[in-house]
Design a protein around this ligand. Structure first.
Ligand code: IPM
Ligand code: MG
Length: 401
């Protein structure tokens, strides 16, 4: 337990400052012999997933060669891709490989063909929930950072978004996503119904609340817990437990907000927030909303952490089947997820910082995928964007050696 606490603590030292500029670049030494080796499970999944994962894999390999880290990749099927292959969306072998690795990097999940299925076990998205449940990654960190280079990409006014730097901590393995009973049936009047259960146990709220308080403590010391405690019992209980845990963190200023108001405040004045903690379903919705503060959901990485064992790292965008296979996807969220993997999953902060700096440098040099394009910049596809990030990584190497 002590070890877990330490691991999480060290994670949060690094979550506190996701601004790459704050970290000076350490001198680069290209190592001829590799000192460390990690097993990474790659789950490309569906839609644009394979395209963005292939780019992120190249970035990891290059940063590994710079930092003297070897990555052994094990690519496994998940989602619709796995359904096509084996008839199940999360094959046993995939979950086992993920559990046995040091960290898991996921592309995206979801295919039209399988999404229409009514049966839960035949839906591609369900595999992601089973994977999260199987890895017990209960704390989902979704940083929302407005990069100065992209301040004009947001549909919101520049003065509203400039300088936004918030961290959404979403509970990831409980709530209405996992609650029972659930299913289809008939009510007492004979009407057909579908139902789910929103339920939280105290330990589930307590552990994610502690992570949120730790994170807030290392950031600006402000934590906002978002719920619907005016109406829902599960939310009233959530608030009660968060308040109970707050006693352990007297230095953190805790506030509460109803989710409908929070949805409005996020676009009205996002800078009022620093660290947000919320349940699974509200976190899902609010993080998509918050991504648009940054200009594109194609920019947002995420880390899902367990008390022990491998973390799961994934861009928050979905499989985008409409642009899949057309080399149009923005790979930056996956590249930044790879950076989170290094930082939070493996404790390789220097390598993570290098990737973040390379992404900034690529944007500084004017390269943009279509989702973040603005006039005067260079429009590129997914592969070219990846090549440019590699170039930035490599250029920095040569410049510093
Ligand atoms: C996310 C996604 C998933 C979720 C889906 C694909 C199951 O929307 O990671 O935000 O609802 O958690
Ligand atoms: Mg979502």
């Amino acid at each position: 337990m002590q070890l877990h606490t330490l691991r999480l603590r060290s994670c949060f030292v690094t979550t506190t400052s996701s601004l790459p500029q704050r970290h000076p670049t350490p001198p680069i030494i290209r190592c001829s012999s590799t000192a460390k080796s990690y097993n990474i499970t790659l789950l490309p999944g569906d839609g644009i997933g394979p395209e963005v994962i292939s780019v992120a894999k190249n970035v990891l390999n290059l940063v590994g060669s710079i930092q003297g880290i070897e990555f052994k990749f094990n690519e496994m099927p998940i989602g619709g891709a796995a359904m096509d292959l084996s008839g199940v969306s999360l094959p046993e072998e995939t979950l086992t490989a993920a559990k046995q690795s040091d960290a898991v990097l996921l592309g995206a999940i979801g295919r039209y063909k399988w999404d229409k299925m009514e049966r839960h076990d035949l839906k591609a998205d369900t595999s992601l929930l089973h994977l999260r449940g199987g890895l017990k990654v209960f704390a989902n960190l979704r940083p929302v950072l407005v990069l100065p280079q992209l301040v004009d990409s947001s549909t919101l006014k520049k003065e509203v978004v400039e300088g936004v730097d918030l961290m959404i901590i979403r509970e990831l393995t409980g709530d209405i996503y996992f609650g029972k009973p659930k299913g289809y049936g008939t009510d007492e009047n004979g009407n057909e119904i579908g139902f789910n259960t929103e339920v939280y146990a105290a330990y589930e709220i307590d552990r994610v609340a502690r992570i949120a308080f730790e994170t807030a403590r290392k950031r600006s010391g402000k934590l906002c817990s978002i719920d619907k405690a005016n109406v829902l019992e599960a939310s009233m209980f959530w608030r009660k437990r968060v308040i109970a845990i707050s006693v352990e963190y007297p230095d953190v200023e805790l506030s509460h907000m109803f989710v409908d108001n929070a949805a409005m405040q996020l676009v009205r004045n996002p800078k009022q927030f620093d660290t947000i903690v919320t349940n699974n379903i509200f976190g899902d919705i609010l993080s998509d909303e918050a991504s648009m503060i940054t200009g594109s959901i194609g920019m947002l990485p995420s880390a899902s952490l367990a008390a022990s064992g491998p973390g799961l790292f994934e861009p928050i965008h979905g499989s985008a089947p409409d642009i899949a296979g057309q080399d149009k996807a923005n790979p930056l969220a996956t590249i930044l997820s790879a950076a989170m993997l290094l930082k939070h999953g493996l404790g390789e902060k220097k390598a993570a910082d290098r990737i973040e700096l390379a992404v900034l440098n690529t944007l500084d040099r004017g390269f943009r995928t279509s989702d973040i394009y603005s006039l005067g910049n260079k429009l590129v596809g997914c592969k070219e964007m990846g090549e440019q990030v590699l170039k930035s990584l490599d250029a920095k190497t040569h410049a510093s050696v």
